[in-house]
Design a protein around this ligand. Structure first.
Ligand SMILES: Cc1cc2nc3c(=O)[nH]c(=O)nc-3n(C[C@H](O)[C@H](O)[C@H](O)COP(=O)(O)OP(=O)(O)OC[C@H]3O[C@@H](n4cnc5c(N)ncnc54)[C@H](O)[C@@H]3O)c2cc1C
Length: 393
């Protein structure tokens, strides 16, 4: 078998790359190799769906801004054969709250975000109260709000990109890449668990939390490691009178609305509380004990009516962590034809459209012209050229 481009991983990043390639006029054969077409463990299926441009690195801000233009129009643009996805980008903003302890770093971050070109506003306590009336604000000094931010439904995003790519004659193969053939400094093909091989000179590593492993198949050491992130969904005690933006408490707990779709659906929230000392590993088990011990007390402290949340259900998924929590993008300098689109460290869904554009340009023209991605180079860890962005939480 031969393909002009082989994409390893057919989830949100792999499918966005494939779609962008076609959309931008690439006519060669594109084969997406995905080992599990139910996407049960893919991070995109398990994500929170948050989309924010509140970063301190100009290229990151621009990547999200580019993506937001696609998110705004996603459901229409990715309608295939009369089927429209319901990604439903709700531009309700991201609200970071500062208390006395976090005020100075959050103010510095706000200023850096403004310099980086992000659309971001400083809110007084009264402004915060007007935006989310039921919060306890006794300890809050100010808020930082991104009005263009919001959230979308991750599975619908994944389905939209995938069906969109398939409709443009991108081929999906259910198989696992277990080897990468290399000749000198060039990619020659991939080997499959089923026993087959695909000859190609271009491989895109879009394997999410497993990208470090796929890189190792090609003899490359690029530190992308899986780290569990746990979420809970819970039903509000009644239909809430307003819709929440993404609200980020100074202590770390954060939540967004999970709106009813049908008339009988409950009004719910999705909640996260990142545990930064979570061990590295391929572990997607839920952590139910954390709800009563950590999540609920932090939520009730900020919004007392959350005491009456019901129907709590938790799950786990994998972040694809790099040492500086920033993506790995571009061809590896020591292996021609091996292109990274990975390492998003928990921010990949929001950047999927821009990532697709970047990789499409790299493959078609040899250079990324819309975005300068040089800081994301796959060998930056070997060179000690890590990125410092205070907002990559
Ligand atoms: C709980 C949680 C919350 C998150 N919240 C957000 C959020 O609010 N906003 C945001 O932007 N991001 C969020 N993320 C991160 C986001 O989900 C990821 O950054 C994004 O999904 C990465 O997409 P991907 O396509 O690279 O990876 P994935 O969706 O993980 O897909 C990788 C695919 O590669 C396949 N694969 C792996 N190895 C092989 C192989 N050898 N051969 C064939 N196929 C292979 C896998 O089966 C999988 O389908 C969250 C993640 C989690 C887990």
């Amino acid at each position: 078998m031969h393909a002009d481009v082989v994409i390893v991983g057919g989830s949100v990043i792999g499918s966005s790359v494939a779609w962008h390639l076609r959309h931008d006029g690439f006519t060669g054969r594109i084969l997406v190799v995905e080992r599990d077409r139910t996407y049960a463990r893919a991070s995109a299926s398990l994500a929170m769906g948050g989309i924010r441009q509140q970063f301190c690195t100009p290229v990151t801000v621009r990547m999200v801004q580019y993506s937001v233009e696609i998110w705004k129009d996603f459901d229409r643009r990715f309608t295939v054969g009369g089927h429209a996805p319901k990604a439903w980008f709700r531009q309700r903003g991201y609200l970071f709250l500062a208390d006395a302890k976090t005020a100075a770093p959050l103010m510095r971050r706000f200023e850096a975000e403004q310099r980086a070109g992000a659309e971001v506003q400083l809110l007084s306590r009264d402004d915060v109260r007007a935006l989310v009336p039921d919060l306890m604000l006794d300890d809050i000094v100010f808020g930082v709000f991104g009005p263009a931010d919001g959230y979308a439904s991750p599975r619908e995003v994944l389905g939209g990109f995938q069906r969109g790519a398939a409709a443009l004659a991108v081929e999906y193969l259910e198989d696992e890449v277990i080897g990468v053939d290399v000749d000198g400094g060039d990619v020659r093909g991939v080997r499959l668990a089923s026993g087959g091989t695909i000859a190609t000179t271009t491989v895109v590593n879009a394997a999410g939390a497993w990208s470090g492993r796929v890189a190792a198949l090609a003899g490359l050491r690029v530190p992308v490691e899986p780290m569990r992130q746990v979420l809970f969904r819970a039903a509000l005690p009644h239909r809430w009178p307003h819709r929440f933006p993404m609200v980020i408490d100074p202590g770390g707990v954060h939540w967004r609305h999970d709106d009813p779709i049908g008339p009988g659906d409950p009004d719910r929230i999705i909640v996260a509380f990142t545990k930064w000392d979570e061990p590295v590993g391929d572990d997607v088990r839920p952590a139910d004990e954390r709800w009563a011990a950590e999540f609920l007390p932090a939520l009730v402290r900020r919004l007392p009516a959350f005491r009456e949340l019901t129907a709590v259900a938790g799950w786990g998924g994998l972040y694809e962590m790099t040492p500086d929590h920033n993506p790995v993008l571009g061809e590896h300098p020591s292996l021609r034809g091996f292109v990274f689109a990975s390492g998003f460290s928990g921010h990949g869904l929001m950047m999927a459209p821009a990532t697709g554009k970047i990789v499409s340009e790299l493959i078609r023209t040899g250079t990324s012209s819309t975005f300068d991605i040089s800081i994301f180079a796959p060998d930056r860890f070997d060179r000690g050229a890590l990125i410092h962005d205070a907002a990559t939480i």
